[in-house]
Design a protein around this ligand. Structure first.
Ligand code: FAD
Length: 393
């Protein structure tokens, strides 16, 4: 029987950071993971450069059934704390946009840093370890695994969400929560591209590869970023962001002119350049293929702008500012960056991440019903929730 103060299940972002921080407090810590390699999501995050935090991270950037839950952990271990750690390791980074911090070189820098911290504080990691059974004992927890029997006082569950099953994602954490009587809120894919109904897919097929600056919204929430037409539907940051708020069957409103007004431009062209054609005016703001598809779809004749009356101009303007589309669904966990829902925060202490009614059992990271926006927020939640638990295990 292997004895440890703390066993952490899951050697991803939250598990590795929690291991190092608990080790720093003098606890004997072991991380168990069924995968061959640790931190696989970190390695492929941010296009291989890991968007490891966001300078503007705040509770408002997170979705949860209880929006207040994340406040404590985020305020006790902030983005600035993690940035200091990154700087301490001499990892070069840059702000890409909107406060999003990426490694200059490679996401492997972050994994190496976490592993170095684990080594520094004597936290050990065992990979390719299947967990067969977890039981509560008088001293804590007994784990039966493919690498032997373990006993620990504190058990931290950091098994993440369901996205990218091919990288080792499993519902283990949710099942363990249920085993100990904790409520798990329904899960669904977040930060995920939309798929479209056949009719829309065919109509927009020629636009695949085109990106436009938009404001995409539903549920009174809007994101101003790029949208990308794909051969399956819609993607790009604005779409990924709004997908976390979207409910099946709902329409998404897309303002294709968030920074200008096509209506004003057509009125101006009518005065200054009355013989120019509608398509020429629109093509000043949008790729030609998009103009063509929109004109065909709406049966706008390509006449000189002088032939348009104010009502027609207003209709064209309205079309670009209030384009709506009803997605068929999402690409699901196969491509989603995160999982919404998970272990109900009402079951956990926001200060320690420990289950309120199960002494010594902790849940951290994505397995908990706290999901960040796109832009480094999900890793910040992993670091902050891991740190909070590490102070209490
Ligand atoms: P994970 O990092 O998923 O770690 C969970 C660990 O648990 C894994 O090592 C897994 O092997 C292990 N595990 C699972 N089941 C078992 C089991 N049954 N037994 C033992 N071990 C198990 N977020 C950002 O903030 N910035 C980004 O740039 C970013 N890019 C992303 C890109 C992609 C393609 C994806 C999929 C996600 C991205 N995210 C990003 C989200 C971010 O990766 C996650 O929110 C974060 O990794 C969650 O950390 P975690 O430790 O909770 O879970």
């Amino acid at each position: 029987m292997i004895q440890r103060d703390v066993i952490i299940i899951g050697a991803g972002a939250a598990g590795l950071f929690c291991a190092a921080e608990a080790g720093k407090r003098g606890r004997s810590v072991e991380v168990l993971d069924h995968a061959k390699k640790v931190g696989r999501k970190i390695l492929m995050s941010g296009g291989g450069r890991c968007n490891f935090t966001n300078m503007y991270a705040a509770p408002e950037n997170f979705l949860s059934n209880n929006p207040h839950f994340c406040k404590s952990a985020l305020s006790r271990y902030t983005q600035w704390d993690f940035i200091s750690l990154v700087a301490e390791y001499g990892i070069a980074y840059h702000e890409k946009t909107l406060g999003q911090l990426f490694c200059d070189n490679s996401a492997a820098d972050i994994v190496d840093m976490l592993l170095a911290e684990c080594t520094k504080y004597s936290a050990t990691i065992t990979t390719q370890c299947e967990i067969f059974q977890v039981e509560k004992s008088t001293q804590g927890y007994l784990l039966s695994t493919s690498k032997g029997e373990y006993q620990c006082q504190s058990l931290v569950v950091a098994t993440g969400g369901l996205s990218l099953p091919k990288l080792g994602a499993t519902p283990f954490g949710y099942k363990l929560a249920e085993q100990f009587g904790l409520k798990v809120l329904p899960t669904r894919a977040g930060l995920v591209p939309f798929t479209l109904h056949d009719e829309d897919k065919q109509a927009l097929a020629d636009l695949s590869g085109i990106a436009v600056d938009v404001s995409a919204g539903c549920q009174n929430t809007h994101f101003r970023e790029a949208m990308l037409f794909t051969h399956r539907g819609l993607s790009g940051p604005a779409i990924l962001q709004i997908s976390s708020y979207w409910q099946p069957g709902e329409e998404v409103e897309i303002d294709l002119q968030p920074a200008f007004s096509i209506g004003d431009n057509l009125l101006q062209a009518k005065k200054e350049n009355p013989d120019s054609h509608i398509s020429t005016c629109l093509a000043k703001h949008y790729p030609k293929r998009l103009v063509q598809v929109f004109m065909e779809r709406n049966q706008w004749p390509n006449v000189p702008v002088k032939q348009l009356n104010e009502k027609q101009i207003s209709e064209i303007d309205q079309h670009f500012s209030g384009w709506t589309i009803k997605p068929n669904g999402t690409e699901g966990y196969r491509t989603a960056e995160v999982t919404l829902g998970g272990v109900d925060t009402n079951e956990l202490s926001s200060k320690t991440m420990m289950a309120k009614n199960v002494e010594g059992l902790f849940f951290i990271g994505e397995v908990v019903d706290v999901t960040g926006w796109l832009g480094g927020y999900n890793f910040q939640w992993a670091w902050s929730s891991a740190w909070a638990a590490a102070q209490a295990v």
